[in-house]
Design a protein around this ligand. Sequence first.
Ligand code: MLY
Length: 326
Amino acid sequence: VKRRSWSWQQYLNEQKAEAAPPTLFTQEQSFPSKRTGFKVGMKLEGIDPLHPSMFCVLTVAEVIGCRLRLHIDGYSECYDFWVNADSADIKPAGWCKEHNHKLHPPKGQSETEFDWQDHLQSSGYHAAPPSLFICRSTDCEFQVGMKLEAVDKKNPGLVCVASVADVIDNRFLVHFDNWDDTYDYWCDSSSPYIHPVGWCEEQGRPLTAPQGHPSPENFVWEDYLQETGSTAAPSLAFTLKAPHGFQLNHRLEAVDRRNPMLIRVATVTDTEDYRVKVPYASVQVSMHLPTQRHEWFNARVTHWSRPQVRQTGQRERDREVRQRVQ
Ligand code: MLY
């Protein structure tokens, strides 16, 4: 049997389903207006997703559409990760030095010895031109050291004592006091996961004290701020965004978290104010963007124009992943 290429329009008609309207997606989730100029082999600096407090030396290992697979120099390929080409997590070579951030050198090289010029010369690769990176607003009222209450995204039932550990452009790094940086995450002032000091008390919810606090049940912000010589992030700096507008049964394209190279057809099966639940269908398509733009993308990126239909077992079909709506 000749397999016809998979089409969103046909699928939506068959399913009598509606695509999530493009207006519901943020700028970052929408298709960029021009093709990315990143090429395999270009080098850059960026945030290690497993250690969000660290900047590393990276090489573009693969480019598919508007997404890049990045390799951390000197480390195993198993740490490679995918980002959108317009991600705020990547910066041109030399950015860390210029902005007073520690750059983790490739494995085996010492921090003091690492030099971009030498690294490029010895590898024979080039730095990604700074013009490929998106310029961002630098407006941020949050400052390093300020305290807040934040949801631990790895344990979403917990709201915890947290600090601003870093600020870049309009985003800041949320760090949980006395925990390691694997719980850290970057967000902006509109994030639904952050709250001003005193929020838990006001809401009648438990607040998780810093790890090792002598009396976690009796945590008092006033004392803690004094002990640590810190200030609370001003409540006016919190600018909670409006809930998303995705609705049950909306179809969209979502990155498969287990195999982030793949983008899958997905259906919204549950919604909360700031999250949607999307179990993956078994069809893989070309991008995770509003479906209306699909034709445009397909027309240009030929190696994605024959989506692959995967045979999946029950286990895979039953697999559900909560995809957070940014
Ligand atoms: N059961 C987990 C909970 C860790 C929570 C960390 N947050 C507060 C940053 C553990 O003990 O590892």
